[in-house]
Design a protein around this ligand. Structure first.
Ligand code: FES
Ligand code: FES
Length: 198
């Protein structure tokens, strides 16, 4: 009998715990629904957006569906980042966001407000290239030129973090960038040249 009571009590206890847990979940769901209610929906038409690109403030109106890559290329005429695969496999669209390389084809522009965005156009100019750009020229590290800005951005991010990386670290930094024509030896040579000169 004692055993039955204690089993009943045990089951009551479980029921109470399940009830508390269900209530907690219901409360959490209600709170997140309220939070969503507080957020003003944007779109499908253009919404105001302020981007910080290559040190310049850019005020735009973009549709929520537009990627960062499309906005950079089609609205701001910054065509250095390339649309090649448009599905996060090639790295042709690589730009730096707060110093980190990302695929611009995989980011919605509307998410990028307040972030520090750097494209290959922001690295240097024809009279004053950055060290990676200069080494690419000296080592003949490009053939198609299509993938090149992405490699330059990924390597620039690496050298901003580490002045003298190893070959293994250079290869790892480029692992998200694809060169279909096999210019890798020249690319790595250029990167090693930068590493040796630092
Ligand atoms: S175009 Fe973005 S990863 Fe290929
Ligand atoms: S240099 Fe662009 S794919 Fe090889």
């Amino acid at each position: 009998m004692d055993e039955q009571i204690s089993r009943r009590n045990f089951l009551r206890g479980v029921g109470a715990t399940a009830l508390v847990s269900a209530l907690a979940k219901a409360t959490a769901v209600a709170q997140s629904a309220e939070a969503l209610d507080d957020q003003k929906p944007v779109g499908p038409g253009p919404a105001k957006l302020v981007l910080q690109v290559n040190g310049h403030r850019q005020e735009l109106a973009v549709e929520p569906r537009e990627t960062l890559l499309d906005v950079l290329r089609n609205r701001l005429q910054l065509t250095g980042a390339k649309e090649v695969c448009d599905r996060a496999t090639c790295g042709g669209c690589t730009v730096l966001v707060n110093g980190q390389p990302i695929y611009a084809c995989m980011k919605l522009a509307i998410e990028m407000g307040g972030q520090d965005i750097l494209t290959v156009e922001g690295l240097g100019n024809q009279k004053s290239l950055n060290a990676v750009q200069q080494a690419f020229i000296e080592c003949d590290a490009l053939m198609c030129g299509y993938c090149t800005p992405g490699f330059v951005m990924s390597l620039t991010a690496l050298f901003n973090e580490k002045k003298n990386p190893t070959l293994a670290e250079i290869k790892k930094a480029c692992s998200g960038n694809l060169c279909r024509c096999g210019t890798y030896p020249q690319i790595f040579k250029a990167a090693q040249k930068v590493a040796e000169s630092s």
